[in-house]
Design a protein around this ligand. Structure first.
Ligand code: DAK
Length: 259
């Protein structure tokens, strides 16, 4: 698929997806979601890609789903049109490699929800987050009512969703919505630095750790601990485990091959 609304670049195992509809503040229409889903599926399946960064560039992350394209939809249309966006979010959330959202400017509505499907969020100091759907007479339908409370707790999530207010990067950091705030010019370098660090680790172990955390959040503690133990045991069948421990014993850096 040729992309028109996103740009995908891969450099030294780090893929960067850049949302590219600046004239509408990167509003997410069905084409964006279809392209995002296609890119996420391909990057997820490409073993040479070790980490993914998703960004909107240096001005805006995304001002949400495209309101003009949504305004006249029927309930039936909405149910059908939800598939690509849910697919894109789920593929990003579940791919067995780290996904980092690098956010400049507005991350609103579906834009904020897209960052919630990432594993880690880094914000530029000028970033603003919000789920303003309530002000449009709707609710966050791209995972906001589910992923946000799991990340920051129900009380804070309800305040954000019921008010529709925007919050600053610093406030987002304070409530645990973002991992880190950096000056705008440091945003991509910081995301790349983190991506390179993640990429240098054993890909199988990292992928399974991600799966354990994601799946564990859907289970009670006892089941989650059992699931973790199965994944932990499985890693002893990998070359990376042998290499990682042997390298420690030999006082050298490990060379992981993702096997
Ligand atoms: N959709 C369409 N166009 C948008 C847009 C959006 N979300 N946000 C901005 N634009 C357009 C503006 O209409 C304007 O276009 P022109 O008038 O120049 O043609 C251009 O981008 C520049 O915007 P402004 O002139 O408004 O710029 P300002 O700096 O004055 O204001 C703003 C920036 C971000 C505060 C403001 O544009 C704004 O409030 N935008 C709307 C934010 C919003 O309400 N976002 C939530 C949308 S609802 C689902 C998945 C996802 C979703 C739902 C379901 N399923 C899986 C079922 C998600 C829903 C949403 O995100």
């Amino acid at each position: 698929m040729a992309y028109e609304t996103i740009i995908v670049a891969i450099e030294e195992g780090i893929a960067t997806i850049t949302l590219n509809r600046p004239e509408v503040l990167n509003a997410l229409n069905s084409q964006v979601f279809e392209e995002l889903a296609d890119a996420a599926a391909k990057l997820g399946a490409d073993d040479s890609v070790r980490a993914v960064i998703i960004t909107g560039g240096d001005k805006v992350f995304a001002a949400g789903a495209d309101i003009k394209g949504m305004a006249s939809l029927s309930a039936v249309d909405v149910a059908a049109s939800a598939r690509p966006s849910m697919k894109a979010f789920n593929l990003l959330e579940n791919m067995r490699k780290p996904v980092i959202a690098a956010v400049c400017g507005y991350a609103l509505g579906g834009g904020c929800e897209l960052t919630l499907a990432a594993d880690v969020r880094i914000a530029a100091a000028n970033a603003q987050f919000g789920l303003p759907e309530i002000k449009l007479g709707i609710l966050p339908g791209g995972g906001g009512t589910q992923r946000l409370p799991r990340l920051i707790g129900a009380g804070k999530a309800k305040e954000l969703i019921f008010s529709g207010d925007f919050i600053s990067a610093e406030e987002a950091l304070r409530i645990g919505l973002v991992n880190k705030v950096v000056p705008a010019e440091q945003l991509l370098p910081e995301a790349q630095k983190m991506a390179r660090k993640f990429a240098s680790r054993g890909a199988v172990a990292l992928g399974l750790a991600k799966t354990c955390i994601n799946e564990g959040l859907r289970m009670d503690l006892e089941l989650g601990l059992q699931y973790e133990h199965k994944c932990f045991s499985l890693l002893f069948a990998t070359e990376d485990q042998k290499e990682g421990m042997q390298a420690f014993i030999e006082k050298r850096k490990p060379t992981f091959r993702g096997k």
